[in-house]
Design a protein around this ligand. Structure first.
Ligand SMILES: [Zn+2]
Length: 394
């Protein structure tokens, strides 16, 4: 599978349609699909919408809401949902799932209703029209979602980022998309699949991808398929302990790899070093940045190091040592042909990769073998999850 990036516009649509007609996979970004726990303020109003749509109230419902204000009075929106809506609002499609006798509270996380924003797929529809393919002949629609995604049932068993609990996301999509099948996969797994299909691990049979973001995500691909264990919860590579009793992790354990090697981990390490420098009166460019902006970022230590700052260099060295430790563990467990690393921190390129490879080279179990795992920077960036979702039906 080759990846071509097409700019937005009419000409691109024609090119994409030609690719699709030729049997290629076409992936395109839609908006983030998210769920929001919402207390239905006005059950009558929600029921009236169901009635107006001539749908039974125990079915998922698509409500076309053109403006944010139309949700006022309908449901109470949490602060997190408010932030997400501010960022992603422009679309017209919202879906409300009412808790009724037939929709158990486990589906709605115990809330009276759950709303899910869905993209309206204008580009998808335009593309299909251009190709002359009716919607019901589309082989599959893929969804990459946070959380434990049961690819057999299409249910998101649990997600702590989005309030999904046993949420039947594939059925919800099928209710308004008459396609042959709707497939789901965890977003980190989908990204790993994308790198295996058309990115850094293209052409390999066994690969692993690690995403360094808010957390440390992982995905394992064997013979073109995601390995997710018997219960679809495998691949949580960031939740392996590399420091017993170490930093607390969002999963409840202490010392997880994620707590050290995620962007959040790097920011925490940087902030702690800045505090230490302030107490001890040690000068550092990182302290200057904190004093000027009131905050530090995942770039702070790398940027200070590049300007010769000793404290920044120390933070980067420690960060890379922890990252190398975790990556070496993954190589020793899986021995993938390619282990790719994605996430914003990878923009550091060789500044990150070179010292990382030096450590891995001397620590991996196969250091004396001619057959060694190749560690590479992932190639598909933020589009990996989208491309992987499109590739689920292959
Ligand atoms: Zn953890």
């Amino acid at each position: 599978m080759d990846t071509i990036c097409l700019p937005a516009g009419e000409e691109s649509l024609k090119q994409a349609a030609a690719l699709l007609r030729a049997g290629q996979v076409v992936a395109f970004p839609t908006e983030t699909v998210y769920g929001l726990g919402a207390d239905a303020l006005n059950g009558e109003a929600v029921r009236a919408i169901f009635a107006a749509k001539e749908r039974p109230a125990d079915n998922p419902l698509i409500v076309h809401v053109a403006e944010r204000s139309q949700l006022d009075g309908l449901c109470r929106v949490t602060d997190t949902a408010e932030t997400l809506m501010d960022a992603f609002w422009p679309g017209p499609l919202t879906l409300l799932l009412m808790k009724t006798d037939k929709v158990p509270s486990v589906t709605t996380a115990g809330l009276p209703s759950v709303a899910v924003r869905c993209p309206s797929h204008p580009v998808a529809h335009a593309l299909l029209k251009e190709c002359g393919i009716p919607l019901d002949e589309v082989a599959s629609v893929g969804i990459a979602t946070p959380g434990t995604a049961n690819s057999d049932t299409g249910v998101v068993e649990y997600s702590n980022n989005i309030p999904f609990f046993r949420f039947p996301i594939a059925d919800v999509f099928k209710s308004f998309l008459p396609v042959k099948q709707v497939l789901i996969e965890n977003d980190a797994n989908a990204a790993a699949l994308a790198e295996a299909l058309s990115g850094a691990a293209k052409g390999t049979k066994k690969s692993v991808m690690i995403t360094l973001g808010t957390g440390v995500g992982g995905g394992i691909v064997i013979d073109g398929k995601v390995y997710s264990g018997f219960n679809h919860a495998a691949g949580e590579l960031g939740h392996t302990v590399i420091e017993k009793g170490g930093r607390p992790c969002s999963c409840g354990r202490r010392g997880c790899w994620e707590a050290y090697s995620s962007a959040t981990g790097l920011i925490n390490m940087t902030r702690e070093k800045v505090n230490e420098c302030k107490i001890k009166g040690i000068p550092s460019l990182m302290v200057d940045e904190f004093d000027a902006n009131g905050r530090v970022s995942a770039r702070t230590a790398f940027s200070a190091m590049k300007q010769g700052d000793a404290v920044g260099t120390e933070v980067v060295r420690e960060y890379i040592e922890y990252l190398a430790c975790g990556l070496t563990n993954m190589i020793n467990v899986f021995q993938p042909e390619v282990l790719s690393i994605g996430g914003g921190i990878c923009n550091e390129g060789d500044t990150l990769l070179k010292p990382l490879l030096e450590i891995i080279k001397t620590e991996q179990y196969t250091r004396k073998s001619p057959d060694k795992c190749a560690v590479k920077i992932a190639e598909l960036g933020n589009d990996a999850g989208i491309i992987g979702a499109a590739g689920l039906g292959l």
